[in-house]
Write a new protein. Structure first.
Length: 207
């Protein structure tokens, strides 16, 4: 059965999904839209909300990025054990998403890149330190195997701080305030051949 991901020609809210698909070895069609072609897709009714990301898989059409990620991971046998592990997993993702919403507001609502730079310099280190403090003895966030929280944090750390386009300006912030997150991201990538291969060959995107 074919698997198709629908999103814009960028990383955005679909990149975590792409990483998981490659990491789990799931072949898929990566449909990337511009504004014109997105309007045509939106009118098809494939997406329940007429929005993207949207993933067609298992005869279903899924929406909402974190829910799609969770679906794929559970489908691949990635689940937490017990209430507390579930809490750690979900609260780490929620904490991270609070950070991402703040950053997105500077960019897409306020159109204030200078303000974002100042916030990242003065406020973001506190959040990075809190994330880093959650890493356990396995250099993961929940237990001894990668869970949804690990995938979510990896995508954030890699794309914001470590990918080639951003590393020169952004990596020093991690080096100064949360170096354990660099080690986490490097180990996470190197321990998944499908993910590493994708990151080495994926197209460079602006967002």
């Amino acid at each position: 059965m074919s698997v198709t991901l629908h999103y814009f020609d960028g990383y955005g809210r679909a990149e975590g999904i792409r990483m998981i698909l490659h990491g789990l070895g799931i072949e898929f069609t990566d449909n990337r839209y511009n504004q014109e072609t997105f309007a045509a897709f939106s009118a098809t009714g494939v997406s329940e909300t007429s929005q993207v990301p949207c993933l067609e898989i298992d005869g279903k059409s899924l929406v909402e990025s974190r829910a799609i990620e969770r679906y794929l991971l559970v489908r691949g046998g990635v689940t937490t054990s017990g209430n507390y592990e579930g809490y750690v997993n979900d609260s780490t993702i929620s904490f991270l998403d609070d950070v991402r919403l703040t950053m997105a507001k500077f960019i897409y609502v306020d159109n204030n890149i200078a303000g974002l730079v100042e916030w990242m310099k003065n406020e973001l280190p506190w959040y990075l330190n809190k994330l880093s403090a959650r890493l356990n003895e396995h250099n993961l966030f929940v237990n001894d195997k990668p869970q949804h929280a690990d995938w979510a944090v990896f995508e954030f750390v890699y794309d914001v701080f470590l990918r080639e386009k951003n590393a020169e300006k952004s990596k020093p912030l991690l080096e100064a305030h949360a170096p354990k997150l660099i080690t986490f991201a490097e180990n996470f990538k190197n321990n998944n051949a499908g993910l590493a291969s994708y990151l080495a060959t994926r197209p460079e995107c602006e967002f």
